[in-house]
Design a protein around this ligand. Structure first.
Ligand code: 5GP
Ligand code: ZN
Length: 133
């Protein structure tokens, strides 16, 4: 979809800190993370939200979410993680291309569920660690 920023990330016209990619799915660090390692997992083919995503695509996507979460847990390492998936403006969805958030949680680390401006060098180093895992 031409005016979708996540489609542009898939095309490579907007840069991203990729942590996982296959022929159907892409995962990259959120530019304004809630916690270190906050990752977005998206299908490469555009669907606006959960209701527009077919069963097969959703199955592929959630399997990738689990795989990437396991890699994050190994690479960071975090103590747990939350999965967040917003549908519609009223629910806080700001980008209309379905995405699952994986939000790593750290014992005693605190997490406000609020975005912080990402440090580019830190994001690049984190993405490298997760890719290596
Ligand atoms: P939503 O609120 O729609 O569930 O989440 C959208 C997420 O996309 C936000 O957490 C926001 O920080 C992230 N985001 C928006 N634009 C970009 C971008 O250009 N690159 C990356 N990596 N993340 C983005
Ligand atoms: Zn899109």
């Amino acid at each position: 979809m031409s005016d979708c920023i996540f489609c542009k990330i898939v095309e490579g016209t907007i840069p991203s800190f990729k942590v996982y990619e296959d022929d159907k799915v892409l995962a990259y660090l959120d530019i304004n993370p809630f916690s270190p390692g906050h990752t977005l997992v998206i299908p490469k083919v555009h669907a606006a939200n959960l209701l527009e995503c077919g069963d097969e695509g959703l199955g592929t996507l959630i399997a990738a979410v689990r795989k990437v979460a396991a890699h994050l847990k190994t690479a960071l390492p975090c103590d747990g993680f939350n999965i967040l998936q917003n549908n519609g403006e009223a629910a806080g969805q700001t980008v209309r291309h379905i995405h699952f958030h994986i939000i790593p949680r750290y014992e005693g680390g605190g997490c406000e569920f609020a975005p912080h401006q990402g440090d580019m060098a830190e994001l690049a180093a984190l993405a490298e660690r997760v890719r290596m895992a």
